[in-house]
Every structure is written in C-alpha cells, then in structure tokens.
Design a protein around this ligand. Structure first.
Ligand code: PBG
Length: 340
C-alpha cells in the first residue's frame, strides 16, 4: 500500500550547502578570548631559548617578557600561565616561595608591561625540587620523615604548607590567579586559606582538579627541566583509566573553594571534560598539553597533517566538549589564524 502523503525526507545536507549556511548553523566558535598562553621563564638576560620538541615555544628570560606580553594582549588573548625554571633546585623547591624567585620576577615584568593581561601562576614544586617531584619527599634524615610511609613517598600535608606560602608570594608579586597543578589532597583549601589569611581573598584559584598521570607531558618536562629523578607521578596524578574518580576530585575542589576546574590533558579526555561541564557550575578549563602540541607539529613537519587545520579542529573539539578556556601552546598562532 502506498501512502498519498509523501514521507518526510531527512536532508541535513541542506544546511551545509554554502559557507554562509554552515556559518549560520555553527554551534561552536573559537575566539582568541578562549586561550591561555603557557610561558616558560628562566634566569639570565637577552635570551629566548627554543625547546626542540615544541617548535615555536621558548624559555624566556625576564627581560624578554614585556614584548611578549604586549604581543599576546594585542592578539586579544586574555591570560598567560607561568612556569618557572629556577637557577638552583633544592629539596623543598625554595625558589618557588622566594619573593625574588623566577616567577615573582616574571609576574612583575608582565604586569608592568601589560597590566590588563591576566597572570596565572602554575603552582607546583616539580620544576623547583632537585628530585623533580611535586612536593616534599619522604627521605630518612629530612625534617618531615615518616617511617610508616615508604621512602620516596610524596608527603601531602608538609607540601600543602609550602603551596600556601608560595601562593602568597606569587599573589604579592601581582598574580591574578593561582593554579595548583600537583594533585595534592587539600591543595585548594590550603591555598585559599593562605591567600585569604594574607589579604588576597580577591585572587582566584584555578584548580588542576583532574590531572592524569599522562605520557603526553613528555616535551613539557624538557621545557621545564622537571622530569622526576626517580619513579613517576602515579602516586598523585590520576590513573588514565578512571572517570568516576575525576568527578570525585572535582567535587572536592569545588567544596574547597575552587573558582575554575581544569582537566588535563585535553583531547584524550574529552569525556571527562564533558562530564565536568555538565556536573558542576564552575568555569571549566582544558589543558592541551605539550605532547598534544608536539605530535601535531611532528606529523605536520612530515607532511602528514595540515597543522593549521588540525590544530583548529582539535581546539574546536575541546571547546565543543565543554571547555570555557583552553591552555594551549597554539594560542598565538590560533589567534592569528582566526583573524585571517
Ligand atoms: C606540573 C605541570 C606539568 C604540566 C603542567 N604543570 C608537568 C607534569 O605534571 O609533569 C604539563 C604541561 C604540558 O605537558 O604541557 N607543574
């Protein structure tokens, strides 16, 4: 039997015929305002030291930051996040809580040059400790040694004290946001208490709430000269196999007063990003990490991928999955591409 009423035909391609039509129905639009630029800062003068595994990314000496900060602001990018490379590393990472440490110097230089550019301070100890772990390590003979815990274990609570202290030092230098990235239990509460106690209740905390123990951080560890000297970070960073635990980590950070939740890495964890976006009402950040950047560059250098197209596609996917902001080494390039 044939019906006299024609069946409706489903033709989504109607909305894809012309560029104007595709633009009209586009759900996700990238903008330079979405990006945060990671900057590596080091001691010395007059240098921009290239990082071989991250083409176009440099370690800057402090005197180079003014120009860089102004260029970033001129592209319409709202923020940078700082990673310091100290001249001397020690057991407690003291450069991180010294007022003359590398990051406080960098914060002041950027704020002088581009006062409206937000400065986020990555708050972790791995770049600053001689053992390359993200806090104080349990070793016989050290102040905080606890015989009941394994040797080499990262001691949580003594590390919290130092995180609070360093956050205040960075806030005094002018940081707008503190971004704890060490996956210590209680890090947001400790930093919040430290900041509030020192009169910095206006300084925000962007928590690396869900940070996985990822192989994709490889090039960063060259860039920040921060590989762990023994073991790995699996005692504190999350197991890539877990997602329920991600929601638990995020809920704890919300309860402790985080202002922004971050997921890291980004592209391999879009399911996690999407779950955080729908489960919490805080702004959500995603970190497209060094390995994500390096692999696109490596493939493009071989002629296997179109760099611009794949970088913008990845950033769009990250935003589509729920990121309100993206920390990315592509920030300046992407801002330029979007203006073309
Ligand atoms: C820790 C930190 C790391 C990254 C950002 N903050 C490295 C790590 O956990 O080993 C990685 C960022 C990247 O790979 O781009 N301070």
């Amino acid at each position: 039997m044939t019906s006299s009423v024609p069946l409706p035909t489903f033709r989504p391609r109607r909305m894809r015929i012309t560029p104007a039509m595709r633009r009209m129905v586009r759900e996700t639009q990238l903008s330079p305002a979405d990006f945060i630029v990671p900057l590596f800062v080091r001691y010395g003068a007059g240098q921009r030291v290239p990082i071989s595994s991250m083409p176009g990314v440099y370690q800057f000496t402090v005197d180079q930051l003014a120009d860089e900060a102004r260029a970033i602001a001129a592209l319409g990018i709202p923020a940078v996040i700082l990673f310091g490379i100290p001249a001397v590393k020690d057991a407690t990472g003291s450069d991180n809580y010294s007022a003359e440490g590398i990051v406080p110097q960098a914060i002041r230089a950027i704020k002088d040059a581009a006062p409206d550019l937000l400065v986020i301070s990555d708050m972790c100890f791995c770049e600053y400790t001689d053992h390359g772990h993200c806090g104080i390590i349990n070793l016989p003979g050290h102040d905080h040694y606890r015989a009941a815990l394994p040797e080499g274990y990262l001691l949580n609570d003594p590390t919290l004290e130092l995180l609070g202290r360093a956050s205040v030092v960075h806030a005094e230098a002018g940081a707008d946001v503190i971004a704890p990235s060490g996956m210590m239990d209680g890090m947001v509460a400790a930093i919040r208490a430290g900041l509030d106690g020192a009169g910095f209740d206006h300084v925000a905390v962007m928590s690396y709430a869900v940070k996985y123990a990822s192989g994709f951080y490889g090039p960063f560890r060259d860039a920040a000269e921060s590989p762990p000297q023994f073991g790995d970070r699996s005692q504190y960073q999350m197991d890539p196999a877990n997602s329920r635990e991600a929601l638990k980590e995020a809920a704890i950070d919300v309860a402790e007063g985080a202002d922004v939740l971050m997921v890291k890495p980004a592209l391999p964890y879009l399911d996690i990003l999407s779950a955080l976006r729908t489960s919490f009402n805080l702004p959500t950040a995603a970190y497209q990490v060094s390995g994500e950047y390096a692999m696109l560059h490596a493939a493009a250098a071989n002629g296997w991928l179109d760099l611009q197209r794949c970088a913008l596609e990845s950033l769009t996917a990250i935003k589509r999955a729920g990121a309100d902001m993206i920390l990315t080494y592509f920030a300046q390039d992407a801002a330029r591409w979007l203006q073309e």
